[in-house]
Ligand binder design. Structure first.
Ligand SMILES: *[C@@H]1O[C@H](CO)[C@@H](O)[C@H](O)[C@H]1NC(C)=O
Ligand SMILES: *[C@@H]1O[C@H](CO)[C@@H](O)[C@H](O)[C@H]1NC(C)=O
Ligand SMILES: *[C@@H]1O[C@H](CO)[C@@H](O)[C@H](O)[C@H]1NC(C)=O
Length: 525
């Protein structure tokens, strides 16, 4: 800790502790990349409220800077067996695959590559998990520290195991799974495919929704409990549990909200805290502000493909640059690759942009985005219409939501032409319905009794104070699939009905025969 910088914070934090009478200890099993950017905001707020935050971090990672001495968190570094280079190469390969190779692949080659990529990353996550489990010294130290809660993300294999080892409750921060499989099977969250679209299937197609729910089922084993059994501690925690998915988070902090989601059933231990990282815009750096002001009445367009994609092929970057040069707005483009030859005089390239501050600038007219949840939420927060160029992960789903809400135009990255991008930009900039819809979402987002960040903090603290939130846990976790769908009850009722009908029919037949015989007798007489 750089105590000097944090001293005022600390004072304030202790004041908080005194007033609430509770300072806790939080340990974090983080997911890297954009997930980290999001959860970091929550952790910073927890530090501000007087809690101690310790992050378990792999020595090779993408965005978690554990050497940053000004960080408010304590880090425990796990010396993982894979090198930074291996990780960076895998990431480059992954991005290259999605950005340059996908359009030329046959569907089944594509599936095979997807599976291979997933294995590579899951393997590194497992190695990280193993490194932790085998570090008995660290485990002893952490146990002694008496943590109150663990914060994890189901996509980082092993969080639930770490919590189990440290014997503390855990909270998930989560956004997305294909076919809603993780929330459904690990969290027990109902998601009827008839009206809750299975992610990435688009918004309306019910056949695809049902199909994706079924096909995604086996993926659950990657993320739910069996991720644990793949760790060194084979002697399966799963075996101890009544159902494979009963090692469940106390609270799920879902990184969306009703401005983004469509109404769906949810459980009391699910809290929708989308946009918790968003803040009012701060002033821009001087040079950037001057450039923005030079746009005059036309305003500016902000363009970023996210924290991971910083490099495009020459062909793509020229296609994009040419389209950008055709609009009257000034464009601020976050890009680290080679400067494209067709770059217009209205476009400036930056290594890094203060994205939230730019989106909150009064002159900002549109946002060109890859569709990551963080960026989408910054646009919703500030009411900025979008042009979406989704590539992988939850990005297609995010853009599909925004398009369905009328706040975005979607483009296909692999077939992108200059004309497509130019047209999309002109539509979003000229047709006021996109701006109106974005503003409508923004108003919904801001009109909440408690901010998403405060709600997230409340529930983490709740779990710390009460050592869990078991009273919010649905009994669904203890049911088998046929009990869950009440098939056993239906079978029982069906059997009862069948027996009753059978007896009734038998009686009728018996009576009829008797009557028939009686009548026949009388006739004879
Ligand atoms: C990114 O840049 C490097 C070097 O500048 C280049 O070798 C690589 O091919 C680029 N990646 C893509 C996707 O074009
Ligand atoms: C968009 O609107 C501007 C000004 O209102 C106009 O000059 C321009 O031609 C319009 N573009 C399109 C594609 O309609
Ligand atoms: C603007 O966009 C909306 C939604 O796509 C469309 O219904 C409407 O016709 C457009 N308006 C104009 C003037 O093009």
């Amino acid at each position: 800790w750089a105590l000097a910088g944090w001293f005022p914070w600390l004072l304030w934090a202790y004041a908080c502790c005194w007033s609430t009478g509770f300072c806790g200890k939080v340990v974090v099993w983080p997911t890297d990349a954009s997930h980290w950017i999001n959860v970091k905001v929550l952790l910073e707020k927890l530090v501000l409220r007087g809690h101690e935050v310790t992050v378990l971090v792999a020595s090779s990672n993408l965005l978690i800077d554990y050497q940053d001495t000004s960080s408010p968190f304590a880090f425990e570094v796990l010396q993982v067996p894979f090198t930074q280079e291996t990780l960076d190469d895998a990431m480059d390969e992954f991005l290259n695959f999605w950005m340059n190779e996908v359009p030329n692949l046959s569907p089944w080659k594509f599936m095979w590559r997807m599976k291979k990529d997933q294995e590579i990353f899951t393997d590194m996550l497992k190695q990280t998990c193993n490194t932790f489990v085998m570090n008995t010294q660290l485990i002893a130290k952490l146990k002694q520290a008496n943590f109150d809660v663990l914060i994890a993300d189901p996509l980082a294999v092993g969080g639930e195991l770490v919590a189990e080892i440290l014997e503390i409750p855990f909270v998930y921060s989560f956004r997305f799974s294909d076919g809603n499989v993780v929330e459904r099977l690990c969290g027990g969250l109902p998601a009827p495919p008839s009206y809750v679209p299975a992610s990435t299937s688009g918004m309306t197609d019910r056949i695809i929704s049902v199909f994706r729910q079924i096909t995604s089922e086996q993926q659950a084993h990657l993320f739910c409990c069996p991720s644990i059994s793949s760790c060194v501690l084979q002697e399966n925690l799963c075996a101890l549990q009544t159902s494979p998915f009963s090692l469940d988070s106390e609270i799920w902090l879902i990184r969306t909200y009703w401005d983004f989601e469509f109404p769906r059933p949810f459980l009391p231990n699910f809290e929708f805290v989308g946009g918790l990282h968003c803040q009012p815009a701060k002033p821009l750096p001087k040079e950037m502000e001057e450039f923005v002001q030079s746009s005059g009445k036309h305003g500016i367009v902000v363009f970023s493909l996210g924290s991971m994609v910083y490099n495009l092929s020459d062909e793509k970057s020229n296609i994009i640059a040419r389209a950008l040069s055709q609009i009257p707005q000034k464009v601020l483009w976050r890009y680290k690759g080679k400067k494209p030859e067709t770059l217009g005089s209205n476009t400036r390239i930056y290594d890094w942009i203060p994205q939230n501050d730019l989106l909150g600038h009064p002159l900002t007219k549109a946002f060109i985005t890859h569709g990551g949840t963080n960026g989408i939420y910054e646009a919703i927060y500030h009411g900025i219409p979008m042009v979406g160029i989704p590539m992988f992960a939850d990005q297609h789903d995010n853009i599909a939501h925004m398009r369905a809400k009328g706040a975005a135009v979607a483009l296909d990255f692999s077939t992108l032409t200059t004309q497509d991008l130019a047209d999309a930009l002109k539509t979003v900039l000229n047709n006021s319905t996109y701006k109106e819809n974005a503003l409508r979402l923004s108003k919904i987002h801001h009109d909440q009794p408690v901010t998403p960040l405060d709600r997230a903090v409340f529930w983490v603290e709740f779990v710390m104070r009460h050592k869990g939130a078991k009273h919010l846990r649905p009994a669904a976790h203890h049911l088998t699939w046929y009990q869950y769908h009440s098939l056993d009850v239906l079978a029982f009722l069906f059997t009862c009905t069948a027996i009753a009908v059978f007896i009734l029919v038998k009686c009728c037949v018996f009576c009829c025969r008797k009557c028939g015989k009686g009548i026949a007798k009388r006739k004879k007489e």
